[in-house]
Design a protein around this ligand. Structure first.
Ligand code: TGC
Ligand code: FAD
Length: 389
């Protein structure tokens, strides 16, 4: 058997399992991340600033609504859209977060549940990055249980009047349109609320220690009137927003791998050049075990994500599989980022090194789109048939 040089970030040659189109997507997004995201992201994180100047570029590369068909969207397969998330999150979770919200939480519901007029009005400009969306589901009293939604919409003639508030909403301060989920007398419904609608406002959350390169905010609805034409006609019940979450959680399962790879790549280099007790850190047993453990976890996450993508492309994906993958891959990435931070010693607390930025970001990623406990309970419910929420 010939001895091949293995890629430390892809020990099982998962890349070799991709088709040509998927490899091209990964390469072009990876190049964009290396050239445009990585050089500016530490400063953006330090300044608590979303790099909005990159949004049009994301649009021109076809990364917004990448898996949707028509309306100016690229119509890529699920594996390609997963690889996009992986490469973006190798740069920073904020970049993947922006794309997840725009693509999976805003464009997807318009595509899946919207009227033809809504699709024509929003999707092409969202695909170009000219219109930015946000997704308002979580409320201040408890995001894990969206069935207990307080935001309410009542019919008034041909209009709807919305009252309530949403909390921790990605893109809220920069969004042109919000997909607002509200309880009605007929159950949960989704509404398109444009920026500037009377009574609708957003406030930025400025004091985050995590996802600092992402814009996060609260949304307020004070007697906001929208016409029936702004309701998503195909969305009825909690299934509407939860099916959007399945799309976004799928992307996170891939994205987390990128964050973990960025940390491991930096640590392999650092430990080779850091000399302590007369030899490089990388030549010590403990450090090698820790690096090997990271490679093991990344490899498992990669294979899990790829099989998840193949199932999605075959139309056979189950939400509980997405729950398990989001839980596994984000947990792996968070543990890897924390351990990399430690192996950097004091330097590990500097924004000059990527692990602490990824580690802090992943504290949000493990919480949003369903906390780790919520996904564990979803898997538990599948195994036992009993709901323990
Ligand atoms: P449950 O009875 O389980 O379900 C109600 C209806 O929904 C269907 N369903 C799903 N459909 C698609 N995908 C899923 N994942 C689904 N889960 C459930 C289900 O079949 C049922 O349909 P039907 O026809 O029978 O009515 O609902 P439940 O109230 O028991 O809730 C279960 C639970 C806890 C899993 C759910 O509430 C949940 O997932 N909670 C977590 C909430 C959450 O993840 N919020 C995320 C907010 S968005 C966000 O964080 C964006 S961050 C983005 C970024 O910046 O990247
Ligand atoms: P809670 O629901 O109050 O949970 C608190 C704790 O209780 C958690 O540890 C949870 O796991 C645990 N818990 C809850 N229920 C149970 C149970 N039955 N058994 C055991 N433990 C339980 N939301 C949106 O709608 N749109 C967005 O764009 C968005 N972006 C976000 C961006 C960021 C940076 C962050 C941090 C959050 C974002 N969220 C968004 C909100 C996110 O989805 C919620 O924070 C998440 O769903 C958890 O809700 P919560 O914060 O209210 O915590």
């Amino acid at each position: 058997m010939t001895k091949k040089t293995l890629d430390p970030l892809d020990l099982f040659d998962v890349r070799g399992l991709l088709d040509e189109q998927e490899r091209l997507v990964q390469e072009s997004v990876g190049r964009m991340v290396d050239e445009k995201v990585i050089p500016i992201i530490a400063k953006a994180f330090a300044e608590h600033r979303f790099p909005r100047e990159l949004v049009r570029e994301l649009g021109s590369l076809g990364l917004l609504g990448s898996s949707l068909e028509g309306y100016g969207c690229a119509g890529m397969n699920a594996v390609s859209s997963g690889l996009i998330c992986q490469e973006l999150e190798r740069g920073d979770s904020a970049m993947r977060s922006f794309v997840s919200v725009q693509s999976s939480l805003c464009m997807y519901p318009i595509h899946a549940f919207g009227s033809e007029t809504q699709k024509q009005r929003y999707l092409p400009s969202m695909a170009r990055g000219e219109t930015i969306g946000c997704f308002g589901l979580t409320e201040p009293h408890g995001g894990s249980d969206p069935a207990n939604m307080k935001t309410h919409a009542r019919r008034r003639g041909g209009d709807w009047v919305i009252n309530g508030s949403k909390m921790w909403i990605t893109n809220a301060p920069i969004a042109d349109v919000c997909i607002a989920w509200a309880m009605t007398d007929e159950g949960v419904r989704g509404f398109l609320v444009d920026k500037g609608t009377r009574g609708f406002s957003a406030a930025e959350i400025h004091d985050k220690f995590s996802l600092r390169a992402s814009a996060t905010g609260a949304l307020y609805f004070d007697e906001v009137v929208v016409p029936e034409e702004n309701r998503l006609p195909g969305a009825a019940g909690l299934k509407g927003p939860l099916s959007c979450l399945t799309q976004a959680r799928y992307g996170i399962a891939w994205g987390a791998i990128g964050a973990a790879q960025a940390c491991l790549a930096q640590l392999i280099e650092y430990t080779k050049t850091r000399v302590l007790f007369g030899r490089p850190l990388a030549a010590t047993q403990l450090i090698q075990v820790r690096l090997a453990e990271m490679a093991r976890q990344i490899t498992s996450a990669q294979l899990l994500a790829l099989q998840l993508g193949r199932l999605k492309d075959r139309g056979e994906l189950s939400p509980v599989q997405v729950s398990l993958a989001k839980w596994n891959n984000v947990r792996a990435a968070l543990d890897i980022a924390r351990d990399c931070r430690d192996m950097l010693g004091g330097s590990g607390i500097s924004v000059e090194y990527a692990p602490i930025r990824h580690m802090l970001n992943l504290e949000s990623v493990v919480t949003y789109e369903g906390t780790e406990s919520i996904h564990q309970l979803s898997v538990g419910r599948e195994l036992t048939g009993l709901s323990a929420f």
